[in-house]
Write a protein that binds this ligand. Structure first.
Ligand SMILES: Cc1ncc(COP(=O)(O)O)c(C=O)c1O
Length: 390
């Protein structure tokens, strides 16, 4: 059996996805296809590196030396054709903590920050929690495809004197991998109006055939100077519980402000095992990742085909990247609350509520397909059977 077909029980491991079912969905029969982690084991090389470090038995203060930065540099160069200098890297326990630090250190209270909705829910809170204001550039949805309204993007920036734009690329939840042309247009507008770009590229490694992730900062010198990039091996290699990520800022003035903010919050190092995992994943995980991408692509194509062939009331938005599929359920004709109840109580699948990504997500749900095929098949069958019984 291929390693991505193996089902590894996760209940009882303090898994948010599996063990919070009883609180979230109040029903342990529900199949969890929500939180963005995977039901796959991390590469063997990573487990071995962690085990070796555990055997040492001493877990004192740990310093991320230049070897780890060299590994990050190498990974980004090989996978994304972007040459990063080790000195541009700041470690962080996660992309969410990074976004909080970035907003606090590089904007002022009451500043306006632009996001493209529907979008990953913490994009709202990392802005609002610090007394800044959200400005929305809603994505345009037509013929099953999401695109950017560039006129609105620029208008909103001008009207609100926007200081920062938080980009999600690849985009969670709509699955777009923004093209060079789209990125360049956004960058040009941001440069023209002096808007700082924060690129959350946590899903960068999870891109399907015929698409390529282009780091915003790699577009040009100008883009590099105006962009802060948040990256992490945790989505790629299923390491979210180990909390190891990093921020890349070539602009020295911005990096100093950001580093000071991390320092002031007492966040100056990574945990020992997270660091070991990060280094070994980037050193040894490339082949595993290529295999993972094939598995995810098979799952994606399967989910699309099943819904397409067996119902015309749920449309799967074609994902170019990420293992999160965005389901347009509006043709079921249900009020949003009823849709949530239907998925949970009739289909018995635990999905993410589309409306949590913004008003534009009403009538939508998000499904996580990073699981062995048998689980994905079961989840899709449950939904389709429930739809047929309506
Ligand atoms: C776009 C995006 N950013 C950030 C995160 C979370 O990052 P972290 O676990 O490193 O805080 C996620 C997780 O789903 C995500 O989808």
């Amino acid at each position: 059996m291929n390693r991505f077909e193996q089902v590894t029980p996760r209940k009882g491991t303090r898994s948010v996805k599996w063990d919070l079912l009883k609180y979230m969905y109040k029903d342990e029969e529900v199949l969890p296809m929500w939180v963005a982690d995977m039901d796959f084991k991390t590469p063997e090389a990573v487990t071995e590196a962690i085990s070796k470090r555990v055997e040492h038995g001493i877990f004192g203060y740990t310093w991320p030396d230049e070897d780890v930065k060299a590994q990050i540099k190498d990974w980004i160069q090989k996978r994304h054709d972007w040459e990063v200098q080790p000195s541009w890297i700041t470690y962080s326990p996660g992309v969410i903590p990074s976004l909080h630090m970035i907003v606090q250190s590089l904007t002022d209270i009451a500043d306006h920050v632009l996001i493209q909705t529907p979008v990953y829910p913490p994009f709202y809170s990392v802005v609002k929690d610090h007394g800044r204001h959200i400005v929305k550039n809603p994505l345009q949805f037509s013929n099953g495809q999401y695109t950017i309204d560039f006129e609105d993007f620029e208008e909103k920036i001008k009207e609100n004197d926007v200081k920062m734009f938080i980009l999600c690329n690849p985009h969670n939840p709509v699955g777009r991998v923004w093209t060079q042309d789209e990125l360049t247009k956004m960058k040009d507008i941001c440069v023209a109006h002096d808007v700082l770009i924060v690129a959350d590229e946590i899903h960068a490694d999870l891109v399907y055939k015929n698409h390529k992730h282009i780091p915003m900062a790699s577009l040009s010198e100008e883009a590099n100077n105006q962009t802060i990039t948040c990256l992490s091996p945790t989505k790629t290699f299923n390491l979210a519980g180990l909390q190891a990520s990093y921020v890349i800022t070539s602009n020295e003035e911005m990096r100093k402000k950001l580093d000071k903010q991390f320092h002031n919050q007492g966040m100056m190092m990574l945990n020992t095992l997270g660091l070991t995992a990060l280094e070994s994943a980037y050193k040894c995980g490339a082949d595993w990742l290529d295999e993972l991408l094939e598995t995810l692509e098979t799952n994606r194509d399967y989910v699309e085909a099943r819904f397409h062939e067996e119902t015309d009331t749920v449309q799967v938005i074609h994902a170019e990247g990420t293992y999160l599929l965005w389901l347009d359920c509006r043709d079921l004709g249900m009020a949003h609350e009823d849709l949530k109840t239907f998925m949970q109580e009739k289909a018995k699948v635990g999905l993410n509520d589309g409306a949590s990504f913004g008003d534009e997500g009403e009538g939508f749900m998000r499904i996580n397909i990073a699981a062995p095929f048998s689980i994905v098949e079961e989840g899709v069958t449950r939904i389709i059977n429930a739809v047929h019984q309506l």
